[in-house]
Design a protein around this ligand. Structure first.
Ligand code: NAP
Length: 541
């Protein structure tokens, strides 16, 4: 298996799509294995999500040092994070540093958008197509496109007639955008909207936040890393990664073994208060273990957070609009914030509650709601993504017998380990649907994904095998395992991208669980069992 350019066509052992956190690491590992690998990346540089999401305020919700790659001691020693939760420019610099250090760029082609791939059974390879009309062939096709490859604009009548400046947060310009003195609108109040609102409010003449549903936000409490902390972080990397690998979603926050409904009110309040005062996702991930599964426990936590919101927003009527009433804390992705609620105490900021006054249309000068017309100089669309499966829906991916992946997933994703696909031999989806990496401190799960896939490819190569495909029974069993695990979670009872709901995209109004909610330790154990049984559940040929 070697790159073959003799006939003018390029052939690889593996083609990886995407040069973000997962694509870069997969390239490093497969090259180490001696395979001919090529990465194709849609953007003009490495970084994936950190390349695209350049909006002001973009930063980690993971502790920086828990997000770092763990595979190279040298890299851990060389790189220094400046803040506990680094901002996007620093994370992008980090990924560029990784690409340079390991000389990854020579095997990456930028500005190459994959449009589809067709499995060629006779040759046992994928024929891969690009937007520029070119094609290459690869024995293995590894998608490393992440869960947020497809930004979605709001489906609002007249949207494209708007004549002012307008940007989706995931398609942000590569130059500074100035808000000073401008009338700015932000549509969307998810994790992205919350981050961008905090920044825009600092300089905009006026900021109007168009909120369809509020989310439960909690303090990030970011600060610079002191030299003493830097020393402790470097000395403690092993323990940091060990802790992450034991937790449900790969963060440095282990859930409390007690149940909120079984402890005294004082004990409960004490833990809520402690976690609210600590940086990062502790309030979500280190809380009582029943808050994500028992509606009574969740209501107690939601009530605590609601009181916090009321205490931070001066106008009681605005505070109530910012408190979710249709879902409990943590059942949608929790945005972490820095003075987000205090923004609504500023005289230049206005909250437009779209449940009271829905948007009717957009015009060349702004937005019309049932309360009237509002003119803007600049509109920020923080309206999210066709998450997880959306990146695949837009690809013409055809497996054995010309079967299309979109058809296979028409009723919801079906996979084996969120990585392999019956009917689609030699297709590997890193961070694919029903993969632990969809609900994770990404690099922790990505390293697991990549290392598992690398061992699989090494095994196939050692035995001269060229084809792997999971059995329908193994896929049924995995899908049942994913859905059973999800059924107990409150987050499956709520509309969000977790469940594939995005009303800006036709056909995405039904809930189809896209994540993996059995936790990283269970996921890793399942993957290890499969490998230990010589890839039981697959047919290798
Ligand atoms: P999102 O969570 O899907 O939020 C989209 C927002 O836009 C929601 O508030 C939604 O309202 C609103 N919206 C969509 N269409 C609309 C319309 N037609 N009219 C009015 N409002 C509309 O997307 P996101 O905030 O970009 O976050 C996506 C994910 O990216 C996050 O959950 C997180 O996993 C990741 N992320 C991570 C970080 C980080 O790690 N630091 C930062 C940002 C994002 P509804 O709620 O009513 O639908």
């Amino acid at each position: 298996m070697n790159a073959d350019t003799s006939s003018g066509v390029e052939r690889f052992d593996a083609v990886v799509i995407g040069a973000g956190v997962s694509g870069l690491y997969q390239l490093y590992r497969l090259r180490e294995l001696g395979l001919e690998v090529r990465v194709y990346e849609r953007g003009g540089g490495v970084g994936g999500t950190w390349y695209w999401n350049r909006y002001p305020g973009a930063r980690f919700d993971s502790e920086s040092y828990s997000y770092a790659y763990s595979f190279s001691d040298e890299l851990l020693e060389e790189w220094e994070w400046s803040e506990h939760f680094a901002a996007q420019p620093e994370t992008l610099r980090y990924l560029e540093f990784v690409a340079d250090k390991f000389e990854l760029r020579r095997d990456i082609r930028f500005d190459m958008t994959m449009t589809g791939a067709h499995w060629q059974e006779a040759a046992r390879e994928w024929e891969i197509f690009f937007a520029d009309g070119s094609r290459v062939y690869a024995r293995f096709l590894i998608t490393a496109i992440g869960g947020f490859a497809t930004p979605t604009l709001p489906a609002i009548e007249g949207r494209d007639s708007y004549a002012g400046e307008a940007y989706h947060t995931a398609q942000w310009p590569h130059r500074p955008v100035d808000f000073a003195g401008k009338r700015v609108a932000v549509i969307g109040t998810g994790a992205t909207g919350v981050q961008v609102i905090q920044e825009v409010a600092k300089t905009a003449a006026t900021l109007s936040v168009f909120q369809r549903q509020p989310n439960w936000c909690a303090p990030l409490l970011n600060r610079p890393i002191t030299p003493e902390e830097q020393r402790r972080i470097k000395a403690g990397y092993k323990q940091i990664f060990a802790l992450c690998n034991e937790t449900f979603a790969g963060f440095m926050h282990q859930s409390d073994r007690r149940n909120a409904v079984e402890v005294s009110a004082e004990e409960r309040e004490a833990l809520f208060e402690k976690l609210y005062g600590e940086p990062g996702f502790g309030i979500w991930m280190a809380n009582f273990r029943d808050v994500m599964i028992d509606a009574r426990a969740n209501a107690l936590l939601s009530d605590f957070i609601a009181r916090k919101i009321r205490s931070r927003v001066n106008d009681p009527a605005i505070a109530e609009k910012l408190i979710p009433t249709n879902h409990g804390f943590g059942t949608r992705r929790v945005p972490l914030e820095t003075n987000y609620y205090e923004v609504y105490n500023q005289p230049n900021v206005r909250l437009v509650d779209l449940r009271e006054t829905p948007i009717l249309r957009m015009t060349p000068s702004g937005i019309v709601t049932t309360a009237g017309a509002f003119d803007f100089d600049l509109i920020v669309f923080a309206t999210g993504f066709d998450a997880v499966t959306g990146g695949y829906s837009r690809l013409d991916l055809r497996g054995a017998g010309g079967r299309r992946l979109v058809d296979k997933w028409a009723e919801g994703p079906r996979t084996f380990l969120g990585l392999l696909h019956e009917g689609f031999p030699n297709l590997v989806t890193l961070v694919g649907p029903h993969n632990a990496a969809t609900f994770c401190n990404m690099p922790r799960c990505i390293e697991q994904n990549v290392e598992w896939v690398t061992r699989l490819l090494a095994r196939l190569r050692a035995q001269g095998r060229t084809r792997i495909e999971p059995t329908p029974a193994a896929e049924d069993e995995w899908t049942a395992h994913v859905l059973d695990g999800a059924a107990r979670m409150l987050l499956t009872k709520v509309d969000s991208w977790f469940n594939g709901v995005n009303r800006n995209v036709a056909g995405r109004d039904l809930r189809r669980f896209q994540l993996y909610a059995n936790g990283l330790p269970t996921y890793r154990r399942r993957c290890e069992e499969v490998a230990a049984q010589d890839y039981a559940g697959t047919v290798i040929a």
